[in-house]
Design a protein around this ligand. Structure first.
Ligand code: NAD
Length: 467
């Protein structure tokens, strides 16, 4: 099973594999190698229309799959995507323009420039946790770069998958094909030759995707996850830090790839942080979060069962708050637990609403622990000390590093969003999305006359003396 539990998969014989092949063929046939700015802008506008005109239906689908509150759906998926697309539209002409680069004097006269070309037909495979954003945001980059696209939404968020399939066909059917389904369909898809594969999900499946792509020498972007640690020290305002950590953690019921996974701090800091976290949970979600209309649900019963199984291994006296679950409602309370560095929730990415607090001796010890583990997708440091910021900046590696606020770095279009090592390969957002789906081509133009190359042609008599 995947890191967060295997989804319920359709029986292999239910898969319509010829339809998969047809979807790929359709996208490939629709590719135009020199698609101009206006046509690309038109596609991006249609993508915006898709979101704007179907806001209610998309929000309802997100509510059905993840119990996502509409405001949260807007902030983190629909509105987020619209901002992203608008930003890309605004800059696209500039990004598409060939960029002159300097030619060394020894090669003069000549001109050199960098041009961005579409790759061709690309595949976007998305997960279930932000099932709209993680389809549409890469899609925006792929379309901006002039590609045609095959999209494979996650079968786990089945309602969103169905809704997106219909809408993408209606709004962008001339350049986007959607393949719905699970392992059989994706396996078939990956037998085809794509010009790029953009995969978001867990590291185990990423290996399957990368291996399949390697057979065609197809480049891949792998947007993965892992444990994103938080360091908090006594110099930080613990009440604000707690509120921000609680917000970042329990958004989407903890099912966020860059959610704070666990908190590292000295025993004294964690003792002082505990009541602040409890207070923040109540402030954000009320005394009974189950009744809060601002709190989401776990995506499937199987994903919930994985979390409750781990939770059963936590001693009751280590539960700081939360801990209750209701499978009928796919509910798991916002939960804070005390944990040893090798505690039950420390074996893999939590990916749910459970926040382990892990005591360490010092910031240096936290750095040691972080560098001994897989490189995280995000690292969060709550401190007012510049020297501590510096310590984490210089001595750790992670996809992103953010001081005193979780998640926000994703919303800065000029910051690349991606992992390193186990947390992924490649990055996107803003211009990075355009570049990742483009071939960056070197173009050189040297006049035939005068033939200055005569200086380097054989025979080399006399050339060595000049070198
Ligand atoms: P998932 O189960 O929806 O799987 C992701 C995609 O892989 C789906 O489309 C699925 O159909 C496909 N898939 C599953 N098994 C496959 C197989 N054997 N062969 C080919 N394709 C297959 O989602 P998930 O992987 O559980 O997603 C959660 C993980 O994704 C977490 O680790 C999370 O941190 C990470 N994530 C990362 C980002 C990011 O941007 N870096 C964003 C969201 C989630």
């Amino acid at each position: 099973p995947a890191a967060d539990g295997a989804p319920d998969l359709p029986a292999p014989d239910a898969a319509d594999l010829p339809a998969v092949d047809a979807a790929v063929e359709r996208a490939r046939a629709a590719f135009v190698p020199d698609l101009g700015l206006e046509a690309r802008l038109d596609r991006l506008r249609r993508l915006e229309d898709l979101v704007r005109e179907n806001r209610a239906e998309l929000e309802a689908a997100l509510r059905a799959d993840l119990g996502k509150p509409p405001a949260e759906a807007w902030l983190t998926e629909l509105g987020f995507t619209l901002e992203e697309v608008a930003g890309i539209r605004k800059e696209l002409a500039a990004w598409m323009a060939p960029a002159r680069v300097r030619v060394p004097l020894s090669l003069a006269p000549a001109r050199a420039r960098v041009e961005h070309q579409p790759l061709g037909t690309v595949l976007v495979i998305a997960p279930w946790n932000y099932p709209v954003q993680l389809v549409l945001s890469p899609l925006a980059g792929a379309l901006a770069a002039g590609n045609t696209v095959v999209v494979k939404p996650s079968e786990v968020s089945a309602t969103v998958s169905r809704v997106l399939a219909g809408l993408l066909e209606r709004y962008l059917g001339d350049c986007v094909s959607v393949v719905e389904g699970g392992v059989p369909e994706t396996t078939r898809l990956l037998e085809h030759r794509f010009d790029h594969v953009f995969y978001t999900g867990n590291g185990k499946v990423a290996r399957v995707v990368a291996a399949a792509a390697a057979r065609h020498l197809t480049p891949v972007t792998l947007e993965l996850g892992g444990k994103s640690p938080v360091w908090v020290d006594g110099s930080a305002d613990l009440s604000t830090a707690a509120r921000r950590i609680v917000w970042g953690k329990f958004l989407n019921a903890g099912q966020t790839c860059v959610a704070p996974d666990h908190v590292l701090g000295t025993p004294e800091t964690l003792a002082a942080l505990e009541p602040e976290l409890v207070r923040a949970v109540e402030e954000l979600y009320g005394a009974d979060p189950r009744r809060s209309d601002s709190y989401g649900r776990i995506v499937t019963g199987r994903h919930l069962a994985r979390l409750t199984r781990v939770l059963e291994q936590v001693r009751p006296e280590d539960v700081v708050c939360g801990g209750s679950a209701d499978p009928a409602d796919r509910y798991l309370a916002p939960t804070v637990v005390r944990s040893a560095p090798d505690g039950p929730f420390m074996a893999e990415e939590v990916f749910g609403p459970v926040l382990p607090l892990v005591p360490v001796a010092s910031a240096e010890a936290a750095v040691e622990m972080i560098t001994a583990a897989d490189k995280p997708l995000a690292l969060y440091v709550f401190t007012e000390e510049e020297s501590v910021k510096d310590l984490f900046r210089r001595r750790t590696s992670s996809g992103g590093l953010s001081f005193n606020a979780p998640l926000l770095h994703l919303s800065v279009p000029e910051l690349p969003f991606g992992g390193v090592g186990e947390s992924g390969t490649g990055a996107y957002h803003g211009k990075h999305s355009f570049v990742v789906f483009s071939h960056v081509r070197a173009v050189m133009d040297k006049p035939l006359a005068p033939d200055t190359l005569r200086m380097v042609y054989p025979p080399y008599t006399g050339l060595r003396a000049r070198l």
